[in-house]
Design a protein around this ligand. Structure first.
Ligand SMILES: [Zn+2]
Length: 473
């Protein structure tokens, strides 16, 4: 759909998204279910209970638009009243969302108002509560659960339900959300205020940055115009695309960007049948194209035991965010033998999995690839080591020990009440055991949304795969 350069940039944009959303998403910020993340309000018409990236604020584009429409209309009617506060929606992949039984369809949210909660049975002015409920119905709600008498007696689709004294549980019918009016232009993750532009998103000369957005609501796009400046009004606009007939919501900036730069951008969209231009607010991005410095420390030379890997990572003020380990037998590294990761975190040591059997008296090569917090990547040189003829005869020391010995893999704990440990990285694989909440696991690898872990349960050590969402790291 996009040009060639878009394709090249996509995997790198993806990384930013994964980290922002804590979930798998494609380059346009859409989850496997087609959900998008509710953005922070730019006009102060609503607040989020859970921060972006918490994985709790996902819904269909129609639902996100519904929430923004309700919030804006409510604020317009009651400029000094409480504003809408959005609680749990769905998870990006529509998976179980305990303690909720629902909140999977991308069409559901728990709603409150802030600072005073008008969605409470003890809120003194239940006529205001009723007005909010009615507004939601007008804009597409098909179910409201709430225990206030006035609301449930007046609104046919509102029902009483246990534990719903202090919020509306709202489900919409997306076909009832008005298709006209309140169209929204929403910059995509990676292009929003507070995001960093790392080296992977531009070419060697700092060119090729792609700015992306999404239009919520049914609209026939006529033209777009992208404007960029450096947030210093005295410098004026740095770049103005002029009116462009773009079919796809992405614009490749013809300017080079450089480290230390602050870029501000916005997009204006012209829609058929509407006189006013839709316009995003200005988004402020920081540029940091500096790669981290990374070097392998150990093992090198001759080794007797299963090697713990250590490396050094250095970048001023920017922590390592992810890393990958590669191991090879071929000195040319044409086809790398083993690739592990990505692992999330700032650890600078890792243990090779026990099942990876190294032979005695053989030469191997390893390297680490890292990614810093601003999305810049680097890799160490390949380091050679050789297993001794007595390799593996002594047991590799476990747990703590000297730093040179065997650094331990990263740990996590189970955050679900009961988490299935499976033989492979998909729900189609058999369940080996169930891990209780709080169980500590060693994280050995990551595949898709799954972690390969080792954990103690029922006096046995198990090894298998668990869903990454339920491991707190
Ligand atoms: Zn609910």
């Amino acid at each position: 759909m996009f040009g060639k350069s878009r394709q090249a940039a996509a995997p790198l944009a993806l990384i930013g998204l994964l980290l922002l959303s804590g979930a798998r998403a494609d380059a346009q910020g859409t989850s496997s279910k087609g959900y998008i993340e509710m953005p922070k309000s730019e006009d102060g018409t609503y607040v989020l209970t859970h921060r972006p990236g918490s994985g709790r604020n996902w819904g269909t584009p129609a639902f996100v638009r519904f929430l923004v429409m309700v919030s804006r209309e409510w604020k317009k009617r009651h400029p000094n009243g409480p504003i809408l506060r959005i609680g749990d929606m769905s998870k990006p992949d529509g998976s179980n969302f305990p303690p909720h039984k629902t909140h999977k369809d991308g069409l559901t949210a728990d709603l409150f108002t802030s600072p005073k909660n008008a969605c409470h049975v003890r809120f003194p002015d239940q006529r205001l509560t009723l007005e909010l409920a009615q507004l939601m119905v007008d804009l597409g709600a098909r179910q409201i659960l709430y225990n206030g008498d006035l609301v449930t007696k007046t609104i046919p689709i509102a029902k009483k339900w246990p534990k719903h004294d202090d919020h509306f549980h709202v489900v919409i019918d997306p076909s009832r959300v008005p298709s006209s009016g309140a169209l929204l232009v929403l910059p995509e993750p990676g292009c929003r205020t507070g995001d960093w532009i790392g080296g992977g998103r531009v070419d060697e000369d700092g060119k090729g940055l792609i700015l992306t957005w999404r239009v919520l609501g049914q609209a026939k796009l006529k033209s777009v115009r992208v404007q960029v400046d450096d947030a210093d009004p005295s410098n004026g606009i740095l770049h103005d695309s002029g009116k462009k007939r773009l079919r796809q919501p992405g614009y490749k900036l013809p300017l080079a960007v450089k480290t230390g730069q602050t870029l501000r951008w916005r997009v204006q969209v012209e829609v058929a049948g509407q006189e006013d231009l839709l316009e995003s607010s200005w988004q402020t991005l920081q540029v940091d194209l500096r790669a981290p410095e990374v070097a392998g420390v150990s093992p090198r030379g001759k080794i007797d035991l299963r090697p713990g890997l250590r490396w050094s990572y250095d970048k001023d003020g920017v922590a390592q965010r992810r890393y990958w380990i590669e191991l090879d037998k071929d000195p040319d590294h044409k086809r790398v033998w083993v690739k592990l990761g990505p692992f999330v975190g700032s650890a600078t040591s890792a243990q090779l999995p026990a099942k990876l059997r190294l032979k005695r008296g053989k030469t191997y090569h390893w390297r680490v690839r890292v990614e810093g917090g601003h999305g810049n990547r680097a890799e160490s040189d390949w380091i050679k080591f050789k297993t001794s003829s007595g390799y593996g005869k002594k047991k590799a020391p476990r747990g703590k020990g000297t730093p040179e010995a065997t650094p331990t893999p990263p740990k996590g704990t189970v955050s679900a009440a009961a988490l299935n440990l499976r033989k492979g990285p998909a729900v189609s694989h058999p369940v080996l055991t169930s891990l209780k909440r709080g169980t500590e696991v060693s994280i050995l690898g990551e595949r898709g949304g799954w972690l390969e872990v080792e954990a103690r349960s029922g006096n046995k050590t198990w090894r298998g795969f668990v869903s990454a969402k339920y491991i707190r790291r």
